[in-house]
Write a new protein. Structure first.
Length: 121
């Protein structure tokens, strides 16, 4: 018989479990997991709202799309319609709204740097 420790991994108080500065996740609705998002993106449904067209987006146009039901974010010069992704984002829609209608590159990079740090600890 195996001796299974009662303590969860990572250990309470460890760097891997540290909340300060760490990424917080929110509970998602049923049917809103990463796998559900992947299925939706592979379904052929137009998630951009542009029917496959590429458009040039000015800062003024980007700023118009800053609501939960119409949210675009620029990351590294590319604009993404994240409206369909709102309910799937592990940090919740409030996290995406921090960059709504703006260039969210710095915010995106801050989160990615934290993730890389915690993956290498």
């Amino acid at each position: 018989m195996l001796n299974v420790p009662a303590q969860a991994f990572p250990a309470s108080g460890s760097q891997q479990r540290a909340a300060a500065g760490g990424r917080s996740k929110v509970p998602l609705k049923p049917g809103r997991s990463l796998m559900d998002w992947i299925r939706l993106t592979k379904s052929g449904k137009d998630l951009t709202g542009l029917k496959g067209r590429l458009i040039e987006v000015t800062e003024q146009e980007l700023a118009k799309h800053s609501k939960k039901d119409d949210c675009w974010i620029c990351i590294r010069g590319l604009v993404y319609n994240v409206t369909p992704y709102m309910e799937y984002h592990p940090g919740g829609d409030d996290e995406l709204m921090r960059a709504a209608g703006t260039d969210g590159t710095d915010l995106f990079d801050q989160v990615r740097i934290l993730e890389l740090h915690f993956l290498t600890v």
